[in-house]
Design a protein around this ligand. Structure first.
Ligand code: PLP
Length: 400
């Protein structure tokens, strides 16, 4: 173990302002969904340039509610990426629908839109009934937006809904438009973008999520579904004179964001742009620090896109490095530096592999990178000297 203090994989920047807002919210006596949640929803909607935002308790909840509100149900098919967190596909399963995975591009690890287009030309070739294909669920992996031009074009052409997994992507831009708005593309189908405020995310509520959309009807449905499917939430019922009975409109969920989450996350929004620039600077430092190492391949960011730089992921080629990714991870961790793996393909995970009978070679890129990806610390609470230390450590454990 190194004599230096350890550098965690992630540490949030919680300052006085966040703590003051949290205390204020606690002292207000209103702890559940209320004015702070409403304020945070408004702030996120303005930030991403979307007319509507609904606060929920996770990105998982936001994606699940989007699917439910769009009527995705048993037997339906949703197309998504295998290089993602389990939640992305789990919520499709929760609806009784089937996730159909499309392989990723080797340089960005984003959903391969050429493969997506080819699949949509003839789903029956893969044993899928074309009428059952209902939605595309692209994942803005590490904070880089997918090719939304082509995804919306394919969705329009085939009459599909689009649900964006934007868990990593608050602050990211596609052609100058923030993820969470409609990118000025005027997509007419059902559409929603789903964000996470989980502990490690670019701004955090500890746990939390938000759904944005330009669809007023969808937003009303999601707002009802997030709180038991009842017609008015508690805060609104207290706002009017006289006792208000609620009506159960559908069997909804317990997915509401509460005010303490909103109070913690809201002040961080004013730092997000600065934090994103810092993340970008550190990413460039890493890329330069590893540029001469053939066996370490950084992800590429495509033109016309600005990543949120949520994660720093490199692909480690064991043949070129002379050691496996896991051995490299262990050696870096032994030097007191936090590391992660984002992500091993869902197609190699027990549940999905067994349920859908995936064989080695079905998803060549996703399978290969499952053995290669490793994530190094990237967050604004780090200093440049921390990044330099990580670079030095990686080089040292590789014998360079
Ligand atoms: C790509 C991706 N999607 C969805 C989620 C789920 O987010 P949450 O924990 O807010 O439900 C995560 C969480 O890390 C994620 O990385």
């Amino acid at each position: 173990m190194s004599a230096e203090t350890s550098l965690p994989f992630y540490k949030p920047l919680i300052a006085r302002e966040e703590i003051a807002q949290l205390v204020e919210a606690v002292e207000s006596g209103w702890l559940t969904t209320g004015p702070k949640t409403l304020e945070f929803e408004g702030a996120i909607a303005r930030y991403v340039g979307s007319p509507f935002a609904v606060g929920v308790n996770s990105c998982t909840a936001a994606m699940h509610l989007a699917l439910v509100a769009m009527g995705i149900g048993p037997g339906d098919v949703v197309l998504t990426s295998p290089i993602t967190f389990p939640a992305t596909a789990n919520v499709i399963e929760h609806c009784g629908a089937r996730p159909v995975f499309i392989d990723v591009e080797p340089d960005t690890l984003l959903l391969d839109v050429a493969a997506l287009g080819a699949f949509l030309e003839a789903p029956e070739r893969q044993g899928i009934d074309p009428d059952k294909v209902k939605a595309i669920l692209p994942v803005h992996f590490t904070g880089q937006p997918c090719d939304m031009d082509r995804i919306f074009a394919l969705a329009s052409h085939h009459g599909l809904a689009v649900i964006e997994d934007s868990a990593h992507a608050l602050g990211a831009e596609f052609k100058g438009f923030k993820v969470g708005g409609d990118y000025g593309l005027g997509f007419q189908g059902p559409w929603a973008s789903c964000f996470s405020f989980y502990a490690t995310k670019n701004i955090t509520a500890g746990e939390g999520g938000m759904l944005t959309t330009n669809d007023a009807e969808l937003v009303d449905q999601v707002a009802v579904l997030r709180l038991h499917g009842i017609s008015r939430d508690a805060w609104k019922r207290y706002q009017v004179a006289g006792y208000q009975h609620y009506e159960v409109l559908s069997p909804g969920y317990k997915y509401n964001m509460f005010d303490l989450q909103a109070a913690l996350a809201l002040p961080q929004l004013s730092h997000l742009d600065d934090w994103q620039r810092r993340r970008e600077t550190y990413t460039e430092l890493y890329n330069r620090g590893f540029a001469d190492i053939e066996g370490l391949q950084p992800l590429q960011v495509k033109p016309n896109r600005r990543s949120a730089y949520h994660l720093y992921v490199v692909m480690a080629d064991s043949a070129q490095l002379g050691l496996s990714r896991d051995e490299l991870l262990n050696r870096i961790a032994a030097e007191g530096i936090g590391v992660g793996v984002h992500f091993r393909s869902l197609t190699v995970q027990k549940f999905y592999r067994e349920k859908y009978g995936f064989q080695g070679g079905d998803f060549p890129v996703a399978e290969r990178v499952s053995e290669q990806v490793l994530s190094l610390p990237l967050y604004p609470a780090m200093h440049e000297s921390d990044v330099e230390r990580v670079i030095r450590t990686v080089r040292k454990v590789l014998g360079l």
